[in-house]
Write a protein of this length. Structure first.
Length: 396
């Protein structure tokens, strides 16, 4: 146990976390079993260590971080380890990559039932369905999603400012006032291009080649998060990777499921299932018409983040595609996103707000409708029902 505390202390003392994530204040830390899900590379480990550093003294033995990748746990289960920690005065156990533990959900249930004074905060892949696939956790686990940096967090990091997040309703109703408060402090367009290229995943803070690092992360999402967690045979890995590449090249068009099935030599149903897994891994985003969902065919499959788009070669990216991807990614955290099939490119948010993403340089030639909000790129300001797209990056 002392070895784990030494590792915990070292990690806390050497953590580099220049941005305090907004999720830290959204979690109810009074709950006894908390799951932090997120795609690979968004900073889940750092988030756990930030929590430990903020709420406990470095030398305290009441809080302990462990990673289930440690070979120690091949011979000893999580339940047994948590019991020893608890009996020695432990109060909060931070468990990273919990899915590496066989029978992890039942072990968490046993901890919850038998160690009444112990809180467990664990991380897992976005592919995990905590409640749907693990009924023993129903009613006891509180699940949260950690995302990559927002444009707001990226700007705060680069400038040392502390701009707050705004709700969608605030943006809709007061975007002109909000812009007037922000622009005297910073010009978001100075940071926007860097953000869409390399600002979403925290690994840009590391002294490494960002694209190569992200490429490795993307492969791990498929090879570990999808194959391991979904228990898919390794021989199907090339099919999933090929499907992902073809979807990435497809752009903003609706996927041709029959053609994709033929190209990777599988059934339509399997293609649909693989697309769902790619979406759950946060490699792709699937968008459906209002009122529809899986297993129906999505009306659009797009890259999850603009950063991912730049790692796919050969690829010519249009401004429109980049901006729509940024918009959808920014909305995804707290809002339902659908696409109105009768109107090309019109998004329906939360079943009621209609949004069109457009180039401000060409917008003057278009007829604008009163029931639609126009999110404009190539502009820092807005007016009435037209707003700058960078402001969508301040939603979290």
């Amino acid at each position: 146990m002392e070895g784990f505390f030494r590792t915990h202390k070292y990690l806390i003392e050497h953590i580099y976390a220049p941005v305090r994530r907004i999720l830290m204040d959204e979690i109810d830390w009074n709950d006894r079993l908390i799951g932090i899900k997120g795609s690979r590379g968004v900073g889940k480990t750092t988030f756990l260590l930030q929590y430990a550093k903020e709420f406990f003294r470095t030398e305290s033995h009441e809080c302990l971080y462990i990673n289930m990748n440690n070979f120690y746990f091949q011979g000893r289960g999580l339940y047994e380890f948590a019991g020893e920690f608890y009996r020695n005065g432990g109060k909060v156990l931070l468990v990273d990559q919990v899915f590496k533990e066989p029978d992890w959900s039942r072990q968490l249930r046993k901890c919850y039932d038998n160690y009444k004074g112990l809180k467990i905060v664990f991380t897992g892949s976005s592919v995990m369905r905590l409640k749907e696939e693990n009924p023993e956790l129903n009613g006891i686990v509180k699940s949260y999603n950690l995302r990559g940096f927002s444009l707001r967090e990226f700007i705060n990091l680069k400038t040392g400012k502390n701009f707050r997040a705004y709700s969608l309703e605030e943006v809709i109703n007061n975007h002109e006032k909000i812009v007037k408060e922000i622009l005297p402090e910073v010009s978001p367009s100075d940071y926007f291009k860097d953000y869409i290229h390399h600002g979403f995943y925290p690994c840009f803070l590391e002294n490494q080649n960002y694209s190569e690092n992200l490429l490795k992360t993307m492969n791990m999402m498929i090879e570990v998060d999808i194959l391991l967690i979904k228990q898919i045979d390794l021989k199907y890995l090339p099919k999933i990777k090929k499907l992902f590449y073809m979807l990435a090249l497809n752009g903003l068009k609706a996927p041709n499921i029959s053609k994709l099935a033929e190209q990777i030599d599988t059934s339509r149903a399997t293609v649909m299932k693989y697309i769902k897994y790619l979406s759950e891994a946060r490699l792709m985003t699937t968008i459906y018409p209002l009122g529809e969902s899986y297993p129906k065919k999505p009306v659009r499959v797009m890259m999850y983040s603009t950063n991912l788009m730049y790692t796919i070669y050969p690829r010519t990216l249009s401004d429109q595609e980049i901006m729509e991807t940024f918009f959808v990614n920014s909305m995804w955290k707290d809002h339902e996103i659908n696409l109105e099939t009768s109107k090309r490119g019109r998004y329906i948010i939360d079943g009621k707000y209609k949004f069109v993403i457009m180039d401000a340089m060409h917008g003057a030639r278009k007829e604008l409708k009163d029931d639609t909000y126009y999110v404009r790129y190539n502009s820092e300001i807005g007016k009435d029902n037209q707003m700058p797209i960078w402001l969508m990056g301040f939603l979290y």
